[in-house]
Design a protein around this ligand. Structure first.
Ligand SMILES: Cc1cc2nc3c(=O)[nH]c(=O)nc-3n(C[C@H](O)[C@H](O)[C@H](O)COP(=O)(O)OP(=O)(O)OC[C@H]3O[C@@H](n4cnc5c(N)ncnc54)[C@H](O)[C@@H]3O)c2cc1C
Length: 311
């Protein structure tokens, strides 16, 4: 028998790393694939909207909350077959990386320290230091509203911090199969440890934030006219892995240290917006609009949010 606990009036501030947001009418954590169908049926019976959440580390939740059901995916399967691993969507990314490092499975060690779940990472094609999750994925298991099925890597339409899952809102990721290289566990563990140390310089542990607020700019995708306007105004040495950091442009328009209510831009990084305690979605959106406007006026670049708005 399936026993699931539907909670009422769940504060979204407790479900997101930014720590803001009103209440969701209902909340449920799904730990098995079959439970997902039950949760969706409940939403359909009550004619409620639903929204799938991982660890809420890339979310700006509305101050008004969410009228509907928040479904947190907590499916934690883990099966290894040689260099292939099947992992449930709700596994924590860092826990997963630690596990595969220990097994000498190489490929994701530089992603250590990115918060969130496997599903959240797939949804946004999370990455760091030149590595993206798509590189090791062979296929993703989803529930498409009717049945569970597999989507091949090539069908996931991965791109820089994006995937086809952003377009197909009804597709719920329940797990993924990965394929890895081989390397000595001690070497992988060291790379992950060093990466985490490096990351902690930008993100102090416990900081209430959603990671980078805006996406970096892929230089080769810029229209010639935009490039022509941009290049004389920037230090081109800032371009890394083919991307111009949004943080650099934001800093050039004076973002560092700015604030709106209790939302602040970090003194050490222009693309890091954080909640100093008691911040609101209204404040953060106001700051985002102001920053986008300044960057557009000065550089002709339209910054795009990396964060996802909920509600
Ligand atoms: C301190 C900090 C540092 C960060 N550094 C990085 C970084 O270096 N690189 C990087 O890429 N990101 C980074 N991020 C952003 C964030 O950690 C990633 O986007 C992460 O992959 C989100 O995972 P999550 O489980 O928290 O997803 P959530 O934030 O819960 O959700 C993100 C999106 O995924 C969707 N989603 C979640 N689960 C499912 C599912 N099962 N099926 C379908 N859709 C789903 C949600 O609906 C939502 O739209 C950082 C965030 C923080 C707070």
């Amino acid at each position: 028998m399936i026993i699931m606990r539907f909670e009422k009036e769940k504060p979204l501030s407790k479900l997101t790393t930014l720590g803001i947001g009103g209440k969701a009418s209902f909340f449920v954590e799904v730990k098995k694939e079959e439970d997902l169908k039950v949760a969706l049926r409940e939403a359909s019976d009550k004619k409620m909207d639903w929204y799938v959440l991982g660890s809420g580390s890339n979310i700006v939740a509305s101050d008004k909350g969410f009228e509907g059901l928040i479904i947190k995916i907590g499916i934690k399967d883990f099966k290894k077959n040689g260099r292939r691993v099947y992992v449930g969507a709700g596994n924590n990314l860092l826990d997963f990386i630690k596990k595969i490092n220990g097994l000498g499975l190489a490929g994701m060690e530089k992603m250590a320290g990115i918060p969130g779940t496997i599903a959240g990472a797939i949804y946004g094609n999370a990455g760091a230091y030149g590595t993206e999750i798509r590189e090791n994925i062979t296929r993703v298991k989803i529930f498409d509203g009717e049945k569970f099925r597999w989507i091949k890597n090539s069908e996931c339409r991965f791109g820089y911090r994006t995937s086809g899952f952003k377009k197909n809102k009804d597709w719920i990721i329940v797990g993924a199969e990965f394929s890895f290289g081989k390397r000595k566990p001690a070497e992988l563990v060291k790379i992950s440890r060093d990466t985490i140390k490096l990351r902690e310089k930008k993100y102090k542990p416990g900081l209430l934030c959603p990671g980078s607020f805006f996406k970096n700019i892929i230089v080769k995708n810029l229209k010639p006219a935009v490039r022509k306007e941009l290049f004389p105004k920037i230090d081109r040495a800032k371009i890394m892995y083919g991307k111009l950091p949004a943080g650099y442009l934001l800093e050039e328009v004076g973002a560092k240290g700015m604030s709106s209510g209790k939302i602040k831009v970090a003194e050490h990084h222009g693309n890091l917006f954080y909640n100093a305690g008691g911040g609101t979605a209204h404040d953060i959106k106001k700051l985002a609009v102001m920053m986008k406007d300044r960057v557009l006026k000065k550089f002709g670049i339209n910054l795009e949010e990396e964060v996802q708005y909920l509600g």
